[in-house]
Design a protein around this ligand. Structure first.
Ligand SMILES: NC(=O)c1ccc[n+]([C@@H]2O[C@H](COP(=O)([O-])OP(=O)(O)OC[C@H]3O[C@@H](n4cnc5c(N)ncnc54)[C@H](O)[C@@H]3O)[C@@H](O)[C@H]2O)c1
Length: 372
């Protein structure tokens, strides 16, 4: 199959859909690869790396889109890319269709086959192509939070690890899933005193077993949260209710219980955030202040560390990409239920119930297109 990788053009996006190592594997499996000039630069991969791996570099995105039978990307196609999509072309990327009716209608109108990273789902309910980005965001939340706790950044002026003779800082993590666990590991490693709150007791039992002694687990209630936020230096929002807006766990009123200079890093901002006063920010302007509380709410945190994120993402996507390219999308989906769940749009029809429901569109059964 001829696979194309264009350069990402969304603001603040430096990741690329394929590493040179991935390129080498796809070429080794007998596929032809075209990559837009400079596509990997933001992640530290020059064109020579890809050429050495057997790929062909093309000057423009138009050429890549025009030639490829399958496009691999990171972010959803944005408006300038819409006219480039075409019927029967497979597009394998994050789409987050439910967030944009215009995007959904553009992809439906193109006749392309949209396979969305975010809805590929294992039997266990795990989302294997979202997990690596949650791992990145969870770890990064502590790094960013520690930075904004510094006094010149508006923070409390607390060093998370403390020093001999001085207490370490307190980190409160709301949600003990992938983001929360990774944040806890980082914060604990720095020497902070960490509390993870969750409503899932089984999860708290597991975390209690595996976490070091400076991490405690607490059942999440409004009462307990109100109490904990008064002592925390850094609060990390990491909750998720699948398919729903994040619950608002810290209200505007609660801010007055906290000390000025406390930092809240709300990773769950991409689902609306779990703090009432939180609104999305960007890597260029990541924080703002409400009642002296620093709010950090970058919606695409992994985009800020592309060298790590590109590798983490492609480690997870590559086996699926190889399967799609080698078997064709229909056979690949027939053989793999998880990948089949990733198919959101086929040949002008929405095939994923959540997307159809979001815009009151008809949902066709994916099996209709797989010949079963
Ligand atoms: N901003 C970014 O760049 C970025 C990157 C990756 C992930 N995220 C987001 O981070 C959030 C967390 O993702 P995840 O992969 O860790 O999800 P996850 O499903 O692994 O974990 C979520 C946890 O929240 C818990 N929870 C639900 N309601 C709660 C409540 N009221 N109090 C305490 N805990 C509660 C759940 O029991 C679960 O353990 C999601 O919204 C995800 O989209 C954002």
């Amino acid at each position: 199959m001829l696979i194309g990788v264009p350069k990402e053009i969304k603001a603040d996006e430096y990741r690329v859909a394929l590493t040179p190592a991935g390129a080498e594997m796809l070429v080794g499996a007998g596929h032809e690869l075209v990559i837009e000039k400079g596509a990997g630069l933001g992640s530290g991969f020059t064109d020579d790396f890809y050429e050495d791996a057997g790929a062909t570099i093309l000057e423009t995105a138009e050429e890549v889109w025009a030639r490829a039978e399958m496009i691999m990307k990171v972010k959803e196609p944005i408006e300038p890319e819409w006219p480039r999509m075409r019927a029967d072309q497979v597009i394998f990327t994050y789409f987050h269709f439910a967030a944009s009716e215009e995007l959904t209608r553009a992809v439906v109108g193109s006749g392309a086959i949209a396979i969305a990273y975010e809805t590929v789902e294992l039997d266990t309910g795990e989302l294997p192509l979202l997990t690596p980005m949650s791992e990145v965001a969870g770890r990064m939340a502590v790094q960013e939070g520690a930075k904004y706790l510094e006094k010149p950044q508006g923070g409390l002026g607390v060093l998370l690890g403390g020093v001999p003779g001085v207490k370490p800082g307190r980190v409160l993590i709301l949600g003990g899933g992938v983001v929360g666990t990774n944040a806890a590991k980082m914060a604990a490693g720095l020497g902070a005193r960490v509390a993870i709150m969750d409503i899932n007791l089984e999860r708290l039992r597991y975390l209690d077993d595996v976490m070091p002694a400076n991490v405690e687990t607490l059942f999440s209630t409004r009462y307990a949260i109100r109490k904990q936020i008064q002592e925390a230096d850094l609060i990390i929002g990491a909750v998720l209710i699948p398919g729903a807006k994040a619950p608002s766990l810290i209200t505007r009123q609660d801010l007055s219980l906290m000390r000025e200079g406390t930092v809240i890093c709300d990773v769950a901002i991409d689902q609306g955030g779990c703090v009432e006063t939180m609104k999305p920010t960007t890597h260029h302007d990541p924080v703002y202040d409400v009642k002296g509380i620093i709010h950090y709410a970058v919606a695409n945190m992994p985009g800020g560390v592309p060298r790590t994120s590109t590798l983490a993402l492609t480690n997870a996507t590559l086996p699926y990409a190889i399967s799609l390219a080698s078997k064709g999308w229909q056979k690949a989906c027939l053989d793999d239920q998880a990948l089949k769940l990733g198919v959101n749009v086929v040949g002008g029809h929405v095939t994923y119930q959540g997307v159809a429901d979001a815009f009151d569109m008809e949902c066709r059964a994916i099996d209709d297109f797989l010949g079963v």
